[in-house]
Design a protein around this ligand. Structure first.
Ligand code: PLP
Length: 431
């Protein structure tokens, strides 16, 4: 390995001076940890922190690194593609990695999703989904249908349209409430099925049908909006109400896709298919930024028969060959193994390990679904103290709001999983 460019302290000083981090001020108030390399489920630090130079990753780098880091199969896929070409424009050109990826995604996602728009990030895939829905109604002669309905507690990304369907209160985008498109919100979906809530959804969709382009939700698990789980039965309620009232249904599976909740896609818990589906995060196994928006022939035909018969969207790096190649390899790797068994094993390990958190003062709720574990406190967490407590246990966690949560790589062994659970308890106690 080459010598590091910067001496101790220097890297962090330059980071503080120049580099913006997610949801942070400039300069940052808490120094990040410098990672020198990563392999398997371990992050190797450039400098020891709280006596640790290696941390077990409990976050999969925000849902994405499902196979862990530095995986030989994924490395080889990138290398092989690199030797052919790392990128060519997608306007007027095409290539095998993108065609393979799109074909593969159509095969593994619910019928009748059949068309794939590849884009750069999750937020952009939600923008594309919204654009598809708005344009569908405009093209089919109903331009008044241009609002969106969602439920509270959601998170769909940080660009403009996605922000408008994030939870409007207590979330990261409250600042912009007066400037965002005004969407229609149902209450947060309850964990278990309640007929009253189902009625609320039906009534809202019926009342606003003339102005509604689409319902946009995260199926089964709401991620960054609060890490809440809900009954899949609500997805069937949405599907039926959308069909009854001519409204499109968009599932944002950017966090839930590729096995995280125990089914390959969370929509499968309910046995329903959306009209438009967003994928991202684990799509490339955490290697490169890429997302996808899938739609049905009905949506695509509607748009393509319109006055402007094209979807006017085309990111510069659309269909990037390196990202497409590693996405194909990651999907093949996932499906070539008993991923569902591994997710079940992790679910059992999290249930057992996190049950100890119920004895920690200040813990309000502990919940587990698939390879996702959540400990919710009755107070906002002290993020620095909680992170430090986890690092002392040898684990990387990134708590937020009143939540300590984990979604470890599927390759996490039982000992490392137990360690992650101990760290969550320590973070809950000390945060
Ligand atoms: C992370 C996330 C997004 C945004 O994806 P980015 O790649 O960060 O833009 C959108 N929706 C959901 C459900 C997410 O978890």
């Amino acid at each position: 390995m080459p010598d590091p460019l910067y001496g101790p302290g220097e890297l962090l000083a330059l980071d503080r001076e120049h580099v913006w981090h997610p949801y942070g001020p400039m300069p940052g108030r808490v120094d990040p940890l410098a990672v020198e390399s990563a392999s398997g489920v371990r992050l190797r630090l450039a400098e020891p922190a709280h006596g640790r130079t290696e941390l077990v990753d409990g976050m999969s780098s925000w849902w994405s690194a499902v196979h862990g880091y530095n995986h030989p199969v994924l490395n080889e896929a990138v290398r092989a593609q690199l030797d052919r070409m790392s990128h060519v424009m997608f306007g007027g050109l095409t290539h095998e990695p993108a065609v393979r990826l799109a074909t593969r995604l159509v095969e593994i996602t619910p019928e009748p999703l059949r068309h794939v728009f590849l884009c750069d990030s999750g937020s952009v895939s939600v923008e594309v989904a919204v654009k598809m829905c708005l344009q569908y109604w405009r093209s089919t002669g109903r331009p008044a249908k241009r609002r969106l309905l969602t439920w509270r507690g959601g998170y769909h990304g940080d660009t403009w349209q996605p922000m408008s369907v994030c939870d409007p209160e207590g979330g990261m985008h409250e600042l912009w409430s007066g400037m965002l498109p005004r969407q229609i919100f149902a209450g947060p979906p309850p964990a278990t099925y309640e007929e009253e809530y189902a009625e609320e959804l039906r009534a809202l969709i019926a009342r606003h049908a003339d102005e509604l382009a689409a319902v946009v939700v995260e199926p089964v698990v709401q991620g960054a909006g609060g890490m809440r789980f809900h009954s899949p039965a609500y997805l069937r309620v949405l599907r039926e109400a959308c069909d009854a009232h001519d409204v499109l249904l968009v599932f944002d599976e950017i966090a839930t896709g590729f096995g995280r909740t125990g089914t390959l896609f969370a929509a499968e818990h309910a046995g329903v298919a959306p009209d438009v589906m967003c994928l991202g995060k684990a799509l490339t196994g955490g290697y490169l930024s890429m997302a996808a928006t899938l739609c049905t022939p009905r949506v695509a035909d509607g748009i393509s028969r319109g006055e402007v018969p094209v979807l006017a969207h085309g990111p510069t790096f659309m269909g990037n060959p390196l990202a497409s190649a590693v996405a194909c390899a990651s999907i093949d790797l996932l499906l070539s193994q008993d991923w569902a068994g591994e997710v079940k094993r992790i679910e059992a390990g999290l249930r057992e390990g996190l049950s100890a958190a119920l004895d920690v003062p200040g813990v309000r709720d502990v919940r587990v679904l698939g390879a996702i574990g959540v400990v919710q406190l009755d107070h906002p967490i002290d993020m620095a103290a909680a992170t430090a407590a986890a690092v002392r246990e040898g684990v990387w966690l990134r708590p937020f709001r009143d939540l300590v949560y984990v979604m470890p790589p599927y390759v996490t062994g039982d000992d490392d999983l137990a360690r992650i659970c101990r760290a969550v308890c320590a973070a809950a106690r000390e945060g």
